[in-house]
Design a protein around this ligand. Structure first.
Ligand SMILES: [Zn+2]
Length: 95
């Protein structure tokens, strides 16, 4: 299967999601800390679009905004492809 992570549609969806999070002042869904949306993309505390269901196990959800979660780049990186731990709260937020 082709990797669709870099398709134009996905980029547009991610940009839209980031803008939405920025407007809402959305917090990181992994550590519940605020995200500074003005940080450069390569900063460890910069915004990164996480997928609640990892793309590795749910490739069909890569373009599904309902599967998007705001996160810090560093938090997302340390999470890796693990499922979100139950102790971090339920995925009750509906987009
Ligand atoms: Zn975080």
């Amino acid at each position: 299967m082709a990797n669709e992570r870099s398709t134009r549609r996905h980029k547009a969806l991610r940009a839209e999601f980031r803008q939405e999070c920025k407007t809402r002042g959305a917090e990181c869904h992994l550590c519940s800390q605020p995200i500074d949306y003005s940080l450069p993309r390569d900063h460890p505390e910069a915004f990164e679009n996480d997928h609640y269901f990892p793309v590795s196990t749910h490739p069909e959800l890569i373009d599904d905004p309902a599967n998007f979660r705001p996160s810090h780049k560093g938090c997302n990186a340390s999470r890796g492809n693990d499922a979100v731990a139950p102790s971090l709260g339920s995925p009750s937020e509906v987009w």
